[in-house]
Design a protein around this ligand. Sequence first.
Ligand code: PMT
Length: 416
Amino acid sequence: MTVDVDQPADRSVLTGKRILFGVTGSIAAFKAAGWVRELTAESVGVTVVMTGAAERFVSSLTFGALSGNPVYRDMFDEAPDRLMAHINLSREADCILIAPATAQTIARLAHGMADDLLATVVLAARIPVVLCPAMNSNMLSHPATRKNLRQLQDMGYHVIPADRGILACGEEGAGRLPQWESVRETLLRLFSPQDLAGKKIVVTAGPTREPLDPARFLSNRSSGKMGYALARTAARRGAEVVLVSGPVALPEPVGIRTIQVNTADEMRAQVVSLARNADIVIKAAAVADFKPEKYRRQKIKKSSAGTVIELEQNTDILAELGKTRQPGTLLVGFAAESRNHEQEGFRKLRQKNVDLVVVNDILGAATGFDVDTNQVLLVDGNGSRRLPLLSKVETANRIWDHVLTLNDSGALSGGV
Ligand code: PMT
């Protein structure tokens, strides 16, 4: 199950891509079958090439049924449409994914061998190659395997590190096939425009929690989905992302430095510090405007029904960033509004001294808090522009597209 919030209606960057899926002789080949299904579910064209050893673990029938395409195994297959398979297959693909990649296959590829169809296809290919090593941990840590993997990386191959855990042989260590989410993120980055490469981006997401007593806190309905979508899409487009997240139920995004915070004060401390070296700060977090003036060390008893809770204001982090902004840092704020969207957007743009305000309607059933979609109004110094209703992932991509146009004003340090 992918954790992305891509809606089926949305075209993820994988849709329509063609992947040549190499399967080699490891017990993890059965997991590769599930990955083929995940890819075809995203309308990715998959053609499987198996080594002879792979067929000892999973039949070619399985991969043929899952991919909906013929499976290639034999380099000397004399069928007319397969005579030049080792050349044609790589020409008809956008990338090669080899999972699992055994020590034997890694060694052969590192030395440019062409002794079976998969190795020959890879040698003839001029498209990205992604490898997922899977083997016993001693084999993986052996100097020969490590040297071969370094050699492949030096040749520009993408090697996804094996996971740690209990291996098929019963031993524990590194050598398990990585989680599908990690592989999918690598493919998404491979196929995304690297137009945020080199940019240091700070993203805030989720709610904050302002403690009232040992059992209670003030918070809000933010799920973190909008901020996590911004962080993931920026990383896919090449940015160096730090995500500062309030407490949410989402898994941490793969490959992104995530700092967990609870209160507005904790979020402020992290963001103010990180912003000093950031090219872009985008604040999708629903930071509590207020906190209880007094934290009760004992749980408030039911009998205290008439208790009045005095509130005090939290620091407006975005406004503080606007006052102390570094030259060349782009500041993007969000606005959770229930009315007067455009007016409130321009007010916040000016009052907080930011470059872009993303206004979203928190009353809409498909917009704002805790839904997978959003419809936002982009407000900047040039005016306002309303986006259509999209998944939060696609909304995030559109926001990054817009941020890149702001570079015309020279706001992005170092240009893009
Ligand atoms: O997380 P989801 O469930 O996906 O929901 C997404 C969202 C609705 C939370 C998100 O799209 C959104 O609107 N985030 C901003 C919510 C908010 O606090 O809006 P605001 O209008 O109250 O604040 C305006 C801006 O000031 C925001 O960028 C906010 O991060 C920032 N702020 C607010 C208060 C505060 N003390 N410090 C701040 O920095």
